[in-house]
Every structure is written in C-alpha cells, then in structure tokens.
Design a protein around this ligand. Sequence first.
Ligand SMILES: [Fe+2]
Ligand SMILES: [Fe+2]
Length: 289
Amino acid sequence: MNAVPIRPRKVAFDVSAVPRHWNGGDPVLTRFFDALSVHFPEGERFFIQSVRHFQDQVTDPRLREDIRHFIRQEGQHGIVHDRFNDVMAGQGINVERVTANLRRFIRTSQKYLPKKYQLAMTAAFEHFTATLGEAMLKEETDMFREADPVMRALFLWHGVEEVEHKAVAYDLYQTAAGGGYLTRASALVVAMLMVHAVVAPVFINMLRLDGALRKPGVVLRGLNRLYGRGGILTGMLPEFLAWFRPGFHPWQTGMPEKVAAWLEEYGEHGDPMRASAAVYGDAAAREAA
Ligand SMILES: [Fe+2]
Ligand SMILES: [Fe+2]
C-alpha cells in the first residue's frame, strides 16, 4: 500500500533558454540525464499501458485510485519531457529517430512478452526511477548543485513524483497479476540490460555531437562522478539492490527528508521552481554556515 498520497500536478517549465550543458557545464553529467530524458515519454507510455492491462482486475479502492493518479503523473511527465525533447532536437539531436527506435523496440516487446512480464518490467523500471529520484533528493548526492535552475526543478518534480508512486506498479504486480519473486527479480536484470543497450548508444552519440569524446579528461571525470566511488549511480546501489530481497517492498526504504521538504514547499505555493530552490537553497546555506 502506498505510504503517501499520490498527487498529480499540472506543471510546466520554460525550457526555451536552457543552456546546452545545463548540469554545471559538464557534458557527461548533462547528457547522462538528457539520454534518459529523451526516452521518458515513450517509456512512460509503456508503463501506463502495462498497468492498464491489469487495472480492471483491482478491487481495492485505494489501489484503484493510486493507479489513476499514477497514470496522470506519468502522462504529465511525458508532456513535460516532450517539450524538452524539442529543445534537444534544436541542438541537433535526432530525437525523432531515437523515439522511433524505442517505439519499435517497445512494440516488439509487447508482442512477445506476456502482459504479466511487461508489468514486472514496469515495476522494475519504476524501482530504478524511484531510486534515482531518491538519490536526487538525498542530502549527500547534490547531483544538480550547479545545474540550470529550470532543469533542476524539472528533474526534482519528476523525482518526487517517482518516489510518491513508487509502489503502484509493484503492488499491482503482486496482487492483480499474482506476481512471484523470480519473475520480478529477472525483470530488473532484463530492464537494466535494456536501459544500457538502448540508452548508452544515445548517450555516446550526444557526447560525440558535442565534441566531448575528443576530451578524454572531461569524459573520465564525468564518468567518475557517475560510476566512481561515491558517484551518483554507485551511491544508489544499496537501495537499488534491495529489490532482490525476497520480502522487498518499495516503501521499506521510506523517502528522503528532502522529498518531504519539497512537498511542503510545493503544497504552500504550487511552484516547482520554489520547491526546488527551497530544497537546494537549504543545502547551500548549511554549507556556508
Ligand atoms: Fe515518470
Ligand atoms: Fe514512474
């Protein structure tokens, strides 16, 4: 059962003036999130479809409501990331080809994989996005410390909502789909292989387009901030691997305090820019003190 209420938020971000390397001027840290972002709208449509296959079998009214809100949140994520896709297309990235490839890949998977496995994969992807969302809002990560404020706010809003709805696909898989452990465990392995197979080539192409591949020092430093000791992805590992515990449930990890801070500030003014500034501003002020 979901630990916090899921609230769909209709937000919009003016991404028109976002600089090319919006994450602290670092091409690797920027393009890592860009390469994920470009896949979100199609990926999120797949999550919604996977959940819809089982929606009618749910009798619990709370889970039914959670599913409705989950669908609205993911739909809004798609809309917002689509706008940013237009910005990336303007930078010379072949967004149309990337999304067409993903669409083809998803259609083929939907044709051959049982619906229950599609839902297990969705729950697994949702575990990844929630773990990433939690990492964004953890005290020690600060992955957007020097980021463009609009992009930081966009990712924090998305991250918070991923945390809010992190158990929906999981609960649906466990109940309506009668999902078991082995399918669930294998789904995360397959999902992560897919993420790397699909996203990594796009990531590398973006870096090539930026001319960053000609600067090995820049690439190595960036990769170290992702995969090195205390890196963004390495820091996520304990929570990420918790999935493989037989009795795992997404709410066992609770949620970072900054999520609560974001929710409180957003609840007051309904402004994701202010909520983002409150979360990161606090951290900067503490450091200065
Ligand atoms: Fe999402
Ligand atoms: Fe999600």
